[in-house]
Write a protein that binds this ligand. Structure first.
Ligand code: KIV
Ligand code: ZN
Length: 515
């Protein structure tokens, strides 16, 4: 059996199912490019049948990516599978990922199908998919809660029809490492043609064991593909975290004796990009990518680290792409230096006009803030990309007044469609006043679910990064805004969330919610 573990990243599909994490086409392409730099083997770019917007996004990722396989999810029916194949047309290497639930509960309640019907549907759909692509993954949704005999028959049939990868998800995060690992092992032993496919694990984190379960699926079960997301993004408690899987395989190679093709130095840039685009902040104590993951606060630890870093460090920060917040550019940096840094960060600029536009933003920021870090550049580029996508709402300027004992007021000017509008309101604080001012004119009627502020680098000179989560009509969206002035960052975040509510292409059907 091969000692290589295939890393299948589903940030753009399962990760996108987190509340508010819907991504635009351009955002998906930016993340996909970073996943390619990270050298993931397979990028699941979306669920083509979920919306026209997702179809377009998958097509754009398929056209942009050359070094990873690009995959689309599809329910196990001809319509979804055709849609997936169409979206993947431009891909250099493509995979269709068909899924059907196999647990007694899902079959009876969600699908309203008998086990025999599910078996027949599996055969039909895999056969159909195999006519459209050579690389076919079949997932038995809620596989871990399925009955072993029945699941064995389904998997055997899927392989007979030409499935090249078999994925056994722990859809609800119910597994524990030993039991899940044993489950995969038993299944592989029982299925007579199991050696004709690669086995894959896909674990959710409801009990905080997704990473441990996935590793057990590989070590005990013999799986050779792990499905995961950057930062463990995903609905509910999320998915298996890619960065933890990769660093566990590397750091404990003595135990796992397995390899993967990931370029670990691209992990932190990938983590920051996904967090910045989705508005899902990484907790400081998160393994590998949390801000404190390599910070040694206690004096004893620092003393040990200075004598020999291995006393308290099992991985090196630089190996996973942490730079030490180096000042990269400043007010006097020219256009060439800026362009060079974009290139080093792997940020593609399509035209000279785009470069000029981004450089103007850089200069404006450099006037406000003496030291410009990589994180600032990434934020500038996110802003530019959003502007390019033709946002309906766009922040222009603001002023506010707050004084102890007085109710703060704020005046915000922004573009709404092709009009420039100015609005004034008061509020509990300057942020509240600013968002009230915008809402007075935008009249979205959306309800606020979350507001959070973070410094994107260290110190009070940092830009503030604000996330606003809004809900309306059953949809949830996140908006992100950055600015050295956190009130302006808040207004930008609110307008960005309104843009997402305004964009119908971001209303996507959730794969697992629909029969
Ligand atoms: O969790 C799950 O079961 C899934 C499948 C669609 C692969 O995401
Ligand atoms: Zn899932």
């Amino acid at each position: 059996m091969s000692d290589k573990v295939i890393i299948f990243d589903t940030t753009l599909r399962d990760g996108e199912q987190s509340p508010g994490a819907s991504m635009t086409k351009d955002e998906k392409v930016r993340i996909a490019r970073q996943l390619e730099r990270l050298k993931v083997d397979v990028i699941e770019a979306g669920f083509a049948a979920s919306s026209e917007g997702d179809f377009q996004a998958i097509s754009a990722v398929a056209a942009a990516i050359k070094d990873s396989v690009v995959c689309s999810l599809a329910r196990a029916n001809e319509k979804d599978i055709t849609r997936a194949a169409d979206a993947l047309k431009a891909a250099k290497a493509k995979r269709i990922h068909a899924f059907l639930a196999t647990s007694p509960l899902h079959m009876a309640v969600k699908l309203r199908m008998s086990p025999e019907e599910v078996l027949e549907q599996t055969k039909r759909s895999v056969r159909f998919a195999r006519n459209l692509a050579d690389d076919i993954e079949f997932s038995a949704e809620d596989g871990y809660r399925s009955e072993m005999d029945f699941l064995s028959r389904v998997v055997e049939a899927a392989i007979n029809e030409g499935a090249t990868t078999i994925n056994i998800p722990d859809t609800v995060g119910y597994g524990t490492p030993e039991l899940y690992g044993q489950f995969i092992h038993t299944l592989r032993t029982r299925v007579p043609n199991s050696d004709k496919a690669i086995w894959s694990v896909h674990c959710h984190n409801d009990l905080g064991m997704a990473v441990a379960n996935s590793l057990a699926g590989v070590k005990i079960g013999g799986a050779r593909q792990i499905e995961c997301t950057i930062n463990g993004l995903g609905e509910r408690a999320g998915n298996t975290a890619l960065e933890e899987i990769v660093m566990a395989l590397r750091t404990r190679k003595d135990y796992f004796d397995l390899t993967c093709g990931i370029d670990a130095t691209q992990i932190v840039p990938a983590s920051k990009l996904v967090s910045q685009i989705t508005g899902f902040v990484v907790q400081p104590n998160k393994a590998v990518v949390g801000a404190n993951a390599f910070a040694h606060a206690s004096g004893i630890h620092q003393d040990g680290i200075l004598k020999n870093r291995e006393t308290y460090e099992i991985m090196r920060a630089e190996d996973v792409g942490w730079s030490t917040n180096k000042i990269v550019l400043g007010k006097l940096s020219g256009r060439n230096a800026f362009k060079q840094r974009l290139h080093e960060l792997g940020i593609a600029i399509e035209t000279e006009v785009d470069l000029n536009e981004a450089f103007v933003r850089f200069k404006t920021l450099a006037d406000q803030k003496a030291e410009i870090f990589d994180e600032d550049i990434i934020a500038i580029m996110s802003d530019s990309a959003a502007a390019e996508e033709g946002e309906h709402y766009h922040f222009l300027s603001m002023s506010q007044h707050s004084e102890t004992g007085e109710r703060p007021t704020s005046r915000v000017t922004f573009r709404m469609g092709d009009k420039e509008v100015t609005s004034e309101a008061d509020g509990n604080g300057p942020v509240d006043a600013s968002l009230n001012a915008i809402e007075l004119i935008a009249k979205s009627g959306a309800e606020q679910l979350l507001y959070s502020v973070n410094a994107i680098t260290s110190g009070t000179q940092s830009q503030g990064e604000v996330t606003v989560r809004l809900t309306k009509g059953g949809r949830i969206v996140n908006g992100v805004g950055t600015d050295p002035d956190i009130i302006a960052a808040s207004a930008k975040a609110y307008l960005s969330a309104l843009n997402k509510l305004h964009d119908p292409s971001l209303a996507k059907m959730n794969a697992q919610m629909t029969p």
